[in-house]
Design a protein around this ligand. Structure first.
Ligand code: AMP
Length: 544
């Protein structure tokens, strides 16, 4: 016998309708690429999102047509999130940090028909437009007078004129209803090997992900929060925040292109931000700015850190100096992205801080809806004892089932699990700890060394700005770790001093064999260290 409850489709448009009705005057603030601060509210955003939908209708764009964006976090990008997906088209967010050839490749692969871009990317658009064979319309996210006369792009219109033409139409517009399993947005993986692959989210997966993120032991923001998403809307939908924030009616502060410590700090204070989210590299810039200028945070109390492991020194600094709680989270493009979230259980509350800290530094517990297991090379499940490690596998309703257009073939095991490419432990309480990407793990004399552990110790050294640990071929041990270090400006430190810093902090055999000082550590389009490039750079290295 079936249950007798209403079967109402989970659609992205439901979220913006809800926000417009119940949080109409809640503010959406943006630092624009034009340089000024723009203020709007959910009611206005919802109206303009409908104008976007009508403008796409007017162009005759078919359902599921792809509309691409190359844009920072801002209100116009946010309106596109709803106007494009809400009207039944697919929002394809392109990462502007990719190589231009890769962007053109992605736009062609996705068969994008429209490309909406921030004016900062005009030179980039000029360079790639001739290679993008499917794009029929370009929309500059600005008003008419911000477009230079010699822009040189065919079929270009400014966003404000484009949507203004639809004000009358949009007034009577109702969002269409359709199957919740239809595609809503598309995001390509950063593709360190081979071509990037498309992850095609659905309305259903997006709403379930947002609802799971809203749980208190998860991102758990509310209508009392003011949220500044530093994590970009061009990378895994800014971790789903553009859906979660209006779902709970939080005030939004979009930082635009200015992600330096000073600009972020100013917005935190001016807008009374309470919660933020981003990768460790952006927080490094903020902490450096606040440290150098002896600043304090008056309202900011919590941030989610993920995308790369949060160094313990960063969690400590936020807590001890700035009174900010760091929530460590883990996920990936293929998971919408949320997989695990760090929080204590009742039994931890009576423990002292060092014990709690050890729990919180792990990547967190599975969010309800995500199943996880770790397996060995033969696919055999490993114990959840916090010691055994294995390849981390996941399944759930907001996890990829196959890549766009079937690229990469079958990607699930016989039980429906997807291999994350991460190596991890799972403890009896369910806390997961990443030890490495499977391709970055260092295999020394049959034992594994976690490069993340080695890096975490290094960045706690007062002279180290950034560190990356890689394994290099070794005649006796198979591989041995070396540490690449970027020094803080105007400080002197020797390799021996950094190696001595490891004494007592890790097993002797895990201490790197050498420290190499480098000018910079290569970062990929999503801010992750590109260890393959470092391994290439040191391929002729000889151990003594
Ligand atoms: P992406 O799909 O670009 O978001 O990258 C996903 C990958 O980032 C994961 O598979 C992990 O390797 C890494 N990652 C994400 N969050 C964390 C975290 N908290 N700690 C360590 N690695 C992380």
């Amino acid at each position: 016998m079936f249950g007798l409850m209403q079967e109402r489709a989970l659609l992205i448009s439901n979220i913006i309708d809800f926000a417009a009705l119940y949080h109409a005057d809640t503010e959406v603030v943006s630092r624009r690429v034009e340089g000024d601060i723009h203020r709007a509210n959910y009611a206005q955003i919802a109206t303009r999102a409908k104008q976007v939908a009508c403008a796409l209708d007017a162009w005759g764009l078919a359902p599921s047509a792809r509309v691409a964006t190359l844009a920072w976090n801002g209100y116009r990008h946010f309106e596109l999130y709803y106007g494009v997906s809400g009207s039944g088209r697919v929002l394809h967010t392109i990462n502007p940090r990719l190589h231009p050839d890769q962007m053109a490749w992605i736009a062609n692969h996705a068969e994008d028909e429209v490309l909406c871009f921030d004016m900062t990317f005009l030179p980039l658009i000029k360079a790639i437009a001739p290679k993008c064979s499917t794009i029929k319309h370009y929309v500059a996210l600005c008003d008419a007078n911000a477009i230079p006369a010699d822009h040189g792009i065919a079929n270009l219109i400014d966003y404000e004129s484009w949507i203004a033409a639809q004000s009358a139409e949009a007034a009577g517009y109702r969002w269409p209803t359709f199957d919740e399993n239809l595609a809503s947005s598309l995001c390509y993986t950063s593709g360190t090997t081979g071509n990037p692959k498309g992850v095609l989210y659905s309305h259903r997966s997006t709403l379930l992900h947002a609802m799971a993120s809203a749980a208190v032991d998860s991102i758990g923001i509310s209508g009392k929060d003011c949220v500044l998403p530093v994590v970009p809307m061009f990378h895994v939908n800014a971790w789903g925040l553009p859906y979660l924030m209006p779902m709970v009616g939080a005030k939004i502060v979009f930082p635009g292109a200015a992600l330096d410590g000073k600009s972020i700090y100013e917005l935190f204070e001016a807008e009374k931000v309470t919660f933020s989210a981003g990768v460790p590299t952006v927080w490094q810039m903020l902490l450096a700015h606040m440290d150098a200028n002896n600043l304090r945070l008056s309202t900011m109390r919590r941030t989610t850190i993920g995308g790369s492991a949060c160094p313990p020194a960063m969690m400590d600094k936020f807590r001890d100096v700035y009174n900010v709680k760091v929530d460590h989270a883990w996920g990936m493009t293929e998971m919408s992205p949320l997989g695990t979230y760090g929080n204590l259980k009742v039994k931890h509350l009576a423990q002292d801080w060092p014990a709690q800290r050890a729990v919180l530094l792990k990547q967190g517990r599975a969010v309800f809806g995500v199943d996880m297991k770790i397996v060995d090379d033969a696919g055999v499940e490993q114990p959840r004892d916090g010691k055994a490690y294995g390849d981390l596998m996941v399944r759930g309703p907001w996890i990829v089932s196959e890549y766009f257009k079937g690229d990469g073939g079958r990607i699930l095991d016989s039980e429906g699990y997807f291999a994350t490419g991460d190596v991890a432990t799972l403890d009896p309480d369910g806390y997961m700890q990443i030890t490495d990407r499977s391709k970055d793990v260092i295999k020394s004399g049959g034992e594994w060394i976690s490069s993340i552990d080695i890096e975490n110790i290094a960045v706690a050294h007062p002279a180290v700005a950034m560190a990356a640990c890689i394994g290099l071929p070794h005649p006796k041990w198979d591989e041995r770790p070396i540490l690449c270090v970027v020094k803080k400006p105007n400080v002197e430190v020797t390799a021996a001093a950094i190696l001595a810093f490891y004494d007592g902090k890790t097993a002797k055999w895990q201490i790197p064999d050498d420290v190499q000082f480098v000018e910079a550590i290569p970062l990929g389009a999503t801010g992750k260290i590109q260890k393959n490039k470092l391994r290439e750079q040191f391929k002729d290295y000889k151990f003594e």
